[in-house]
Ligand binder design. Sequence first.
Ligand SMILES: Nc1nc2c(ncn2[C@@H]2O[C@H](COP(=O)(O)OP(=O)(O)OP(=O)(O)O)[C@@H](O)[C@H]2O)c(=O)[nH]1
Ligand SMILES: [Mg+2]
Length: 265
Amino acid sequence: MDIEQLKNCILSYTLNNCPLGNQGFNRVLIQTMGFLGHGKSSLINSCKYALYDKEFIAHAQAGSADGGLTTARNAYPLTPTITMVDNRGCATLNPFETGEFYTQLANFAALNTAIEWTTEFDVVLDRLEDSESNVNDIIVPVFVYSVKREMAADEVEDIKQFLKTCRDLTGIFPIIVLTHKTCGPFSKFRDLFEGLGAEEIFSVENYTQEDNLKTLGRHLQFLNLIHKVLQNVNFRMSEERNPRKERIERKKFLHKFFHEREIKK
Ligand SMILES: Nc1nc2c(ncn2[C@@H]2O[C@H](COP(=O)(O)OP(=O)(O)OP(=O)(O)O)[C@@H](O)[C@H]2O)c(=O)[nH]1
Ligand SMILES: [Mg+2]
């Protein structure tokens, strides 16, 4: 597909055209996840820029090299059907941080609200009960990783487990987006993530406030990423699904996860 075809395909995408109709879903939620400062917010800005092609605007605030800038879970609509979510990042992937990630990913943390990190069992469970976020979202996980950052040997297993759990929660293996591709050994990380089970890996140079000169190849990276998301959604929507039941399953998963974590604590 050329660039205009890709754009049209994304802009006109609706769940109503899936083989079995929308089955009760009304939104595709692309959820960015990853370590602090790896380029989650910049990825959202890049996707918007590639799709609408007007002047570059930092819709999602980006800019701290050390990360930690995004502390709320903000939603950025790309089209009437597709929304990107800028989740709060974390410093490590130990069970205390991954629990927060899974809560955000499973859509049990409200959108456009600050995310407070907590390991208190009661608080965590109360949150699950109180959450009113949308049941009608198809969740697509996107894991953002900067190739500038070295990965310690003991982290590899944590990341592998994390990606697999995201897959189990959503039915889609997280799409990997390697950022800062001109600033590190991106092919090394491609091989590494492929070995961790990744099915789709994109290496990108995000559009940023400092460098947003648009080129065809750069635009295509982001449009192809969104298109791949939609292909995953179409695949999942070719089977019978039930949004309410899936949400209950996700809730059960989180209950079990937090319970086991509490026992270990
Ligand atoms: N050169 C280059 N810089 C990038 C890229 N992606 C992000 N940056 C820069 O890296 C810094 C952090 O990017 P953010 O998008 O804020 O990262 P984040 O993951 O949202 O970080 P927090 O929300 O703060 O945890 C910013 O200064 C960005 O301009 C990239 O692909 N290439
Ligand atoms: Mg951010």
